[in-house]
Design a protein around this ligand. Sequence first.
Ligand code: HEC
Ligand code: HEC
Ligand code: HEC
Length: 126
Amino acid sequence: MYNAKYIWPGIVIFIVLFSMPFWMNTGQEQYTRPQLALPAGEKECVEPAEWMRANHMQLLNTWRDMALREEQRVYVSSSGKQWEVSLQNTCMKCHSNYVEFCDKCHVSNSVSPYCWDCHVLPKGNQ
Ligand code: HEC
Ligand code: HEC
Ligand code: HEC
């Protein structure tokens, strides 16, 4: 009934297979944050960089709704500063190096915003 000859090799094989995903992963490349080209001569974004990193997609949706549904074209940031609500005239004016900023981060995160089907990318960065 109880046959150690088969049970122990069975347990060993099970443990090896079960732990495979863990040891197959060791020594492999981890995600590293891409080096981004920040706008020269500018120090601040419309909101703190940390917040922008996590929330710029929602902010852009809010901006679109503000401009097109509410005809509200001025955004007041958390620090009280006023910004024109515009993807091109505000975001892309500073972040004019689309390829080395927006796109670089998006590519390494497998994101491809469809905005540029209609909106114009800064010149020379297509
Ligand atoms: C006045 C120039 C300016 C404008 C306008 C601007 N940015 Fe920025 N942005 C910056 C600067 C400078 C930084 C880096 C700030 C820092 O590191 O503290 C930055 C940082 C960011 C980051 C974070 C990058 C990182 O380090 O991970 C994102 C995302 C971003 N901006 C997106 C946007 C979007 C989207 C808009 C439009 C809604 C916008 N920015 C408008 C200058 C600007
Ligand atoms: C630090 C990295 C980083 C930078 C820099 C960055 N993005 Fe993003 N962006 C992301 C990530 C990650 C997502 C996906 C988030 C998600 O799916 O929740 C995203 C999503 C978006 C989306 C929504 C796309 C969708 O299909 O839902 C838009 C629009 C966008 N980014 C615009 C921009 C613009 C414009 C810039 C440059 C001014 C920029 N991003 C810079 C990381 C970045
Ligand atoms: C089907 C075409 C189309 C696509 C795709 C599109 N937009 Fe727009 N968007 C427009 C049009 C048209 C306007 C109106 C321009 C105006 O009246 O100023 C606009 C206005 C905006 C505005 C406010 C005004 C301005 O000048 O920026 C924002 C912000 C915006 N879009 C963000 C986005 C983002 C972010 C994406 C991608 C996630 C996107 N849009 C995709 C057509 C489009």
